[in-house]
Design a protein around this ligand. Structure first.
Ligand code: NAD
Length: 261
């Protein structure tokens, strides 16, 4: 079944991976609902740009993914405005870095809420819509940190392992239906978030850009190359293709060999 004309909602999609995924879906003819917790001219401009370039419908819905009610409202508003909800991409994510004894309680709660609980709430709201249409795709953007760990990232690693578990349960509960649920596990992707870390790291270690990228950021990524947002988007589009009809409850790593180590 071609995905042209289907409707996708992508959480946290005004920048980085979420925006890249939205663009790849729009390129494939999918109508897209973009989201963030902000409400700015830029938010609406980036949706308009995607919609106009690819000739699809595009809407922006402000919703804070740390709030369960707003997570569920995002799905309902997408269905109301675009007519259905066929593809759900849980992408919104935040990071906080600190040792466990010093990890602020409120940061733990926030990271778990945005990176994990939001996906539970959006999935709960989206499955009835997918079931009524008889087709659906749930795609969770996890991380190499959904499969491996790093120190000082307790909440992030716990949330990403959690979302891999949620993906498997979603797949089992929908296994006999034409609905699949999978997690994409990126390694380091060059998004504005990562790009912004480079100057500080150069200064901190007295390294040039190339050395920071190779020895610090991509230390665990054997390919020594960043993954790109288009590659993550392309993987999401593949998971919506007929070739992927029997791919469910699993993880796809896009990590340059990180998890092979
Ligand atoms: P990013 O900061 O560019 O994008 C995160 C998005 O989430 C932004 O659009 C932001 O507005 C949104 N967001 C944050 N808090 C939100 C909230 N409360 N409600 C709604 N939206 C919210 O980061 P990114 O690098 O594109 O990351 C996207 C996803 O990919 C995250 O889940 C991240 O964990 C995952 N990931 C990123 C990398 C990487 O190297 N960049 C690697 C592995 C996994």
């Amino acid at each position: 079944m071609a995905i042209k004309g289907k409707v996708a909602v992508i959480t946290g999609s005004t920048s980085g991976i979420g925006y890249g995924v939205a663009e790849q879906f729009a390129r494939a003819g999918v109508h897209v609902a973009l989201n963030s917790f902000t409400d700015t001219e830029d938010d609406r401009r980036c949706v308009k740009a995607i919609a106009e370039e690819h000739g699809v419908r595009g809407i922006y819905i402000q919703a804070d993914m740390s709030d369960p009610d707003q997570c569920r409202a995002l799905v309902e508003k997408t269905a109301a405005e675009l007519g259905s909800i066929d593809i759900l991409v849980n992408n919104a994510g935040i990071q906080h870095v600190a040792g466990i004894p010093d990890f602020p309680r409120e940061k733990w709660d926030q990271v778990i809420a945005v990176n994990l609980s939001s996906a539970f709430h959006t999935t709960a709201a989206a499955l009835p819509h997918m079931r009524s249409k008889g087709w659906g795709r749930v795609i969770n953007i996890a991380s190499a940190h959904g499969l491996t760990a790093s120190p000082y990232k307790s909440a992030y690693v716990a949330a990403k392992h959690g979302i891999v578990g949620l993906t498997k349960v979603t797949a089992l509960e929908t296994a006999e239906e034409p609905i699949t649920a999978n997690a994409i596990c990126p390694g380091y992707v060059l998004t504005p978030l990562v790009e912004n870390q480079i100057p500080d790291t150069m200064e901190k270690y007295g390294m040039d850009r190339e050395t920071v990228v190779r020895e610090v950021l991509l230390q665990r990524q054997p390919s020594k190359q960043f993954a790109t947002v288009d590659q993550i988007g392309g993987t999401a589009v593949f998971l919506c293709s007929e070739a992927a009809d029997q791919i469910t409850g699993t993880t796809i790593s896009v990590d340059g060999g990180w998890t092979a180590l």
